[in-house]
Design a protein around this ligand. Structure first.
Ligand code: UD1
Length: 383
């Protein structure tokens, strides 16, 4: 017996979540005993992110198989991007594993048994909607996270995806509680742990022996690593100006490394703000996964609005200041090394970190590198 899995990835933070799922499926197939299903996996890349530095580099570094289908959708407003992914995905979904119509030659319909979506980007939502309307089962990896802030596009994506998905694979117990409160039956929820940390654990050695610090002339624990791309921070001139002023000030205290997301670069140009790259304020092009991991591990301070970096810095016990009013990953604050901040408090909070006044916390449960194994077990069981 085989189970057909169609796995979806579209944007940068998806790639490190699908990589361990492919590896765990392969390991399952290798070690499977009689009676256990063979997992036939295919990958769809929606093309939401398309620049080499936002997409391809992750496939190379994480040895993700080349996508079986690339929808090539690209950028657009939320409505346009979501609709284009839906339109392009439907025919692929119906034919990815062969002819969907049972015939005398092929009596079995060839639809996927599961479509696996990860995270909270527009690709996650769009593909889930298409599957639900066609009655094809969806498994959502990283289900149940909530910021309780519906001005965040990702929060809308999370709520709708979880309401429609058939199997909700959660990273932490707060996610289970959120889903139960929303009326999702307990038998659809399965706590599997943090799949992003699987990729981190698998690449720990490369993070330790990575040459990026030497390349950038940095010393361990003597620099800040910054990433910023949320619309709430970068799409408003006042907020972006004030954050950039805070970063320029920080660069007088210690070197700042800032690989810049294309959205942020575009908005700086639109507002006529100069990023003032100089010796101690290093503005770079987007960097790959291994370089980012190495910087997160070695930094004195991470300053970010990314979801993934809040988790990765928690794993490394690197102090992290998150430039957001809320987080859908509360364990990074309650247990980990993450604290929320805003443009007004930024300087004071940076001083607290630099004076050593911030606790570095502990690694949350089920951040053990085995989440993908548990995901595959759950899918194999639910057949
Ligand atoms: C998306 C996700 C966000 C995630 C982020 C990680 C949604 C709603 N948002 O935000 O949750 O944290 O990815 O990066 O899905 N662009 C390029 N090259 C690319 C991709 C984008 O230049 O390869 C530029 C385009 O100008 C585009 C803009 O970045 O308009 C925004 O891209 P988009 O995918 O719409 O959202 P992100 O801000 O990347």
């Amino acid at each position: 017996m085989s189970i057909k899995l169609l796995i979806i990835a579209g944007a940068r933070p998806n790639f490190m979540k699908v990589a361990p799922i492919f590896k765990a499926a392969q390991a399952h197939n290798h070690a499977r005993r009689e009676g256990e299903p063979f997992l036939e996996c295919k990958l769809v890349h929606t093309g939401q992110h398309y620049d080499q530095k936002m997409s391809e580099v992750f496939f190379q570094e994480l040895s993700i198989p080349a996508p079986d289908f690339n929808l090539g959708v690209g950028s657009g407003s939320h409505a346009v991007q979501t609709a284009q992914i839906m339109t392009a995905f439907e025919p692929v979904l119906l034919t990815a594993f062969g002819n969907p119509q049972p015939s005398t030659i092929n009596p079995q319909p060839c639809l996927p048994d599961w479509v696996v979506v990860v995270g909270d980007v527009n690709s996650t939502l769009a593909c889930t909607l298409v599957c639900s309307k066609l009655g094809i089962k969806v498994a959502h990896v990283e289900a149940g996270l909530r910021s309780f802030d519906r001005t965040m596009p990702e929060e809308i994506n999370r709520i709708v995806t979880d309401a429609l998905a058939d199997l909700l694979l959660t990273p932490s117990s707060d996610a289970d509680a959120n889903l139960k409160r929303e009326g999702i039956p307990a038998d659809r929820i399965k706590l599997v742990g943090n799949v992003m940390i699987d990729t981190l654990v698998a690449n720990l050695e490369q993070a330790t022996n990575n040459p990026i610090l030497d390349k950038l002339g940095l010393t361990e624990k003597e620099f800040a690593y910054v990433t910023l791309h949320r619309p709430s921070n970068v799409d408003h001139e006042q907020s972006l100006r004030s954050i950039m002023a805070g970063l320029n000030k920080l660069a007088h205290q210690l070197p700042v490394v800032f690989p810049m997301h294309p959205r942020t670069r575009k908005m700086l140009a639109q507002f006529g703000i100069s990023p003032a790259s100089n010796g101690s304020f290093k503005v770079l092009e987007p960097i790959g996964y291994l370089d980012s991991l190495a910087l997160t591990k070695a930094a004195r301070l991470v300053l970010t609005d990314s979801g993934g970096l809040q988790e990765e810095s928690t794993f490394f016990r690197t102090p992290c200041l998150t430039l957001r009013a809320n987080t859908e990953r509360p364990v990074t604050v309650t247990l980990g090394s993450n604290r929320l901040t805003d443009a007004q408090c930024l300087s004071d909070d940076i001083d607290k970190v630099l004076s050593g006044a911030m606790e570095t916390g502990q690694v949350p449960p089920l951040w053990d590198g085995k989440a993908a194994e548990r995901i595959i077990q759950a899918l194999a069981q639910h057949g």
